[in-house]
Design a protein around this ligand. Structure first.
Ligand code: C5P
Length: 407
C-alpha cells in the first residue's frame, strides 16, 4: 500500500527511520515528506536512501507532477511521526505552508499522528484543543508515550516506539481500502465491560462481562473510519484510533454517555441494574457488629438509572443517535432466547437489539459467540455465528450503516 510518512521537526525524527524501514520491509511503498525543521535533525539523503525516492519538504520541486495534491490523494495511509505541537496546530487549523501540511489537506485516507513534544506542550490547552479538534474530524491521534524526554525531565510526550506506531497502523494497511471507510464522518460511542458498584473501598458488586465484544465493536468502527469513543470499565488499552473514557460505576457510565454527542450509541456494557444504596468509606469487617459476631450485614440495593431507556426518551421520534442495545439472554420455560429478545425490543424500542446467548462459560469472556440481530422495524432477525467477536462487530456495523440510511 502507499504510505506517506510525514516527519516534523522534533529530536525523535531519527526514530522515524526505523518506522520507515519496518513499513518498507512489510512491502509498502513509502514516500517520506519531512518538514524543513525535520531536515535539521535528519537530512534528506538519509530519507532518500532509506525510501529509495526523492525527498522534498516544499511544494516547488517537480511542480509538473503537482505533488502537493497528488501525494495526499493517492495515499492509502498518511502517518506523521513525530508530530510536533506546531504540526498538530497547523493540521487542526488547515494551514498548508509546506508539502506535508498540503498533503494532510488532500488526504482521503486514514491519517495517523504520533505526537512527540515536551509534557508542558502536550498538556497546554492549545494542544489539547487541537488534538480534540483533530480527533473529532476522524484523525487518529495516538497518545504519546510517557518516560524520559529530551532533557533530564520525564512525563507524557515521548514518541511512541516505532514498533507501537507500526502496530497502531497495521489495521489500516490490510484489505481493500475502499471498504474500510464506510463509517467515516460518524461519531460512535461504544460502552464495554461490566459496571462495578462499590460496597466498600475493596469490594464491589460486579458481573462477568469481559468487555471483549465492546472492544471488538470499537476497533472495527475505527478501522471502518468512524470517530470512536470507547467508554470502558476494563483496564485493557483502547484499540487503535479510539478515544478511551474509563469508568467504573453505572452512574459514571451514564455521565460519560450523556456527555457525548454521538451519532450512534452502542450499549454493549453490562450495566448493573442495582447498586448498594451507599458504599462504606472503610472496609466492612467480618465481625462488623461486636454484639452479634456471627451475623452478616444486609446490603440494601437501590435501582440504577436505565441509560438506554433514558437515551430513548431523550431523542424523540426518528432522530439521532441510532441506538443499539444488547440483551444477554438464556432460554427458559417461558420462551427461547429469541422470544425474550423480542419482548425486550417491545419494551425498549431501540433501532437494533443484539441478543446473545449467555450462561456459564458461554459468551462471557469467550472469543466466539452466537447472536441474533433484531432491528426495530420488525424485520426477520439475522442470526450470526458462532463467530468471533470481530465478525459479530462487522455484522453489527453493517446493520447500523443500513439503519442510518433510514433513520
Ligand atoms: O433491559 P436490559 O437491562 O436487559 O437491557 C440491556 C441493555 O440496556 C444493554 O444494552 C445495556 O447496556 C442497557 N442498560 C442500560 N442501563 C441499565 C441496564 C442496562 O443502559 N441500567
Amino acid at each position: 500500500m502507499r504510505i506517506v510518512l510525514g516527519v516534523s521537526g522534533g529530536i525523535a525524527a531519527y526514530k522515524a527511520c526505523s518506522l520507515l524501514r519496518s513499513f518498507s520491509e512489510d512491502g509498502h511503498d513509502v514516500t517520506v515528506v519531512p518538514t524543513a525543521a525535520a531536515l535539521r535533525f535528519v537530512g534528506a539523503p538519509t530519507w532518500a536512501a532509506l525510501s529509495g525516492k526523492p525527498v522534498s519538504d516544499d511544494v516547488w520541486s517537480q511542480v509538473h507532477e503537482v505533488p502537493h495534491v497528488r501525494l495526499g490523494q493517492q495515499a492509502d495511509l498518511v502517518v506523521v511521526a513525530p508530530a510536533t505541537a506546531d504540526l498538530l496546530a497547523k493540521a487542526a487549523h488547515g494551514i498548508a505552508d509546506d508539502l506535508l501540511t498540503n498533503t494532510l489537506l488532500t488526504a482521503h485516507c486514514p491519517v495517523v499522528l504520533a505526537p512527540a513534544m515536551h509534557t508542558e506542550m502536550w498538556q497546554h490547552p492549545a494542544t489539547v484543543a487541537n488534538v480534540a479538534t483533530l480527533r473529532e474530524r476522524g484523525v487518529h491521534v495516538m497518545d504519546p508515550a510517557s518516560g524520559r524526554l529530551t532533557g533530564a525531565d520525564s512525563g507524557p510526550g515521548r514518541l511512541p516506539e516505532p514498533a507501537d506506531i507500526a502496530a497502531y497502523c497495521a489495521p489500516f494497511l490490510t484489505g481493500d481500502p475502499s471498504d474500510l471507510r464506510d463509517l467515516a464522518g460518524l461519531h460512535v460511542l461504544v460502552t464495554a465491560g461490566g459496571t462495578r458498584e462499590p460496597l466498600d473501598p475493596v469490594r464491589y458488586l460486579g458481573n462477568r462481562s469481559s468487555g471483549k465484544q465492546g472492544y471488538a465493536l470499537a476497533a472495527v468502527a475505527a478501522r471502518r473510519g468512524a470517530q470512536v469513543t470507547l467508554v470502558s470499565t476494563v483496564s485493557t488499552p483502547a484499540p487503535p484510533g479510539c478515544a478511551l473514557v474509563r469508568v467504573e460505576t453505572a452512574l459514571q457510565l451514564r455521565d460519560a454517555v450523556l456527555a457525548a454527542d454521538a451519532d450512534v450509541v452502542v450499549m454493549a456494557a453490562a450495566v448493573a441494574d442495582f447498586r448498594p444504596d451507599h458504599a462504606a468509606t472503610a472496609k466492612i469487617k467480618k465481625t462488623f457488629d461486636p454484639a452479634t459476631p456471627d451475623a452478616a450485614p444486609i446490603v440494601q440495593l437501590v435501582r440504577n438509572p436505565d441509560i438506554l431507556a433514558e437515551l430513548l426518551t431523550r431523542r424523540g421520534e426518528g432522530t439521532a443517535p441510532v441506538l443499539v442495545g444488547f440483551a444477554a439472554e438464556t432460554g427458559d420455560e417461558h420462551g427461547s432466547v429469541l422470544d425474550h429478545a423480542r419482548a425486550k425490543l417491545a419494551r425498549k424500542p431501540v433501532d437494533l437489539l443484539v441478543a446473545n446467548e449467555v450462561g456459564d462459560g458461554v459468551t462471557f469472556g469467550q472469543d466466539d459467540t452466537t447472536v441474533h440481530l433484531l432491528s426495530g422495524d420488525g424485520a426477520t432477525p439475522r442470526d450470526i455465528g458462532p463467530a468471533d467477536k470481530t465478525a459479530v462487530a462487522h455484522a453489527v456495523w453493517d446493520a447500523v450503516r443500513d439503519i442510518r440510511g433510514t433513520v
